[in-house]
Write a protein that binds this ligand. Structure first.
Ligand code: PRT
Ligand code: ZN
Length: 296
């Protein structure tokens, strides 16, 4: 295969993952020129190009070496790994924190569910035969997997299956189809997929640079900087209330030896309730700030 010196990333052309994936890459400092066919976007600045495709094609493109990395749902990646010979060469490099959903088994609402063995001998419709098959084996269930490419949720009403195994996020689609969620097969979110081993050439170096930026972006996205003034005596109590248990930095306040300014980087958001608890513990003049960039 002709070697490339530019990194190529595959992402969904149009769908649920498109906007958050574009946003994530932009935060990593990547800019792309939109081409007219909108399939291939040339990267400006960094030597990273984008391929816009159907999400189902992404693992295959990486396995074939057409792309180096891809942004895809864990459900799609794992299904490919289970059902494709080249799947073992791929791995999940990072969870990306968007596109959350779960692959679940659902039954008609009138069927009570208590344990996997109830599914013995049932016909279960799904587009994920690999993941469902793995779950059934792990639970010792002998059921028939009915492969459907789409509209899985109407199979029980049509009488072509007794149960389904499909993606769920809010659960509204299940309710609309008189189904109830019975068991979660996989918890999914968008992930960065790539080969288990990065190439050792320039492309590998670019990939590593991108991974470092991505880690920074993910960490920052989930971080808040909190600032406040507090009596020294209350420091222990306040520190215990900081989300993510950060180690705060303290600065003395001129003319007030019993007071300090506390600064801490908290993992996750800081709720009103947490702020109110800290205020009750003695903190005042609290500020919660989003973080734009971070480089350790
Ligand atoms: O055209 P292309 O093949 O690229 O797109 P697609 O239609 O296959 O994919 P798309 O955009 O629907 O989903 C892409 C990825 O988003 C999936 O592979 C999942 O990883 C993730 N994702 C997150 C979801 C959902 N949430 C989701 N709710 N994918 C599908 N759904 C479906 C769900 O199955 C249900 O039918 O959306 C419907 C609404 O869900 P409820 O539970 O909120 O009602
Ligand atoms: Zn798809």
């Amino acid at each position: 295969m002709k070697s490339r010196d530019r990194l190529r990333i595959a992402m969904q052309k149009s769908g649920r993952l498109t906007e958050p994936a574009q946003d994530l890459l932009a935060r990593c400092g990547l800019k792309f020129r939109q081409s007219r066919d909108k399939l291939f976007c040339f990267g400006e600045g960094e030597p990273v190009d984008l391929l816009l495709v159907r999400d189902d094609d992404i693992p295959g493109l990486i396995a074939e070496g057409v792309c180096d990395l891809g942004i895809v749902g864990r459900n799609v990646l794992r299904e490919f790994q289970l059902t494709n010979g080249t799947g073992s060469e791929l791995s999940e490099l990072r969870p990306l924190g968007f596109g959350h959903c779960r692959l679940s088994i659902a039954l008609p609402q009138e069927d009570a569910y208590s344990e996997p063995s109830q599914l013995h001998g049932q016909r279960i419709a799904t587009s994920y035969p690999g993941l469902l098959g793995e779950w059934l084996r792990a639970h010792g269930v002998d059921a028939r997997v009915v492969m459907l490419a789409g509209s899985v949720e109407i199979a029980p009403r049509l009488g072509t299956a007794d149960a389904i195994c499909d993606l769920v996020s809010s659960g509204a689609t299940l309710v609309a189809n008189q189904l109830r969620e019975a068991a979660v097969v996989v918890e999914s979110e968008a992930v960065l997929a790539g080969r288990a081993e990065l190439p050792l050439d320039e492309r590998g170096e670019i990939a590593e640079l991108l991974l470092r930026r991505l880690d920074g972006v993910i960490q920052v996205r989930d971080s808040r900087l909190i600032l406040m003034q507090a009596p020294r005596a209350a420091l222990d109590a306040i520190t215990r209330l900081l989300p993510g248990a950060p180690v705060p930095t303290l600065t003395q306040v001129d003319g007030a030896p019993d007071q300090v300014v506390l600064q801490a980087l908290c993992a996750g958001s800081v709720s009103w309730r947490q702020l109110e608890d800290m205020k009750r513990a003695g903190a005042r003049d609290m500020l919660v700030l989003p973080v734009e960039k971070m480089l350790a």
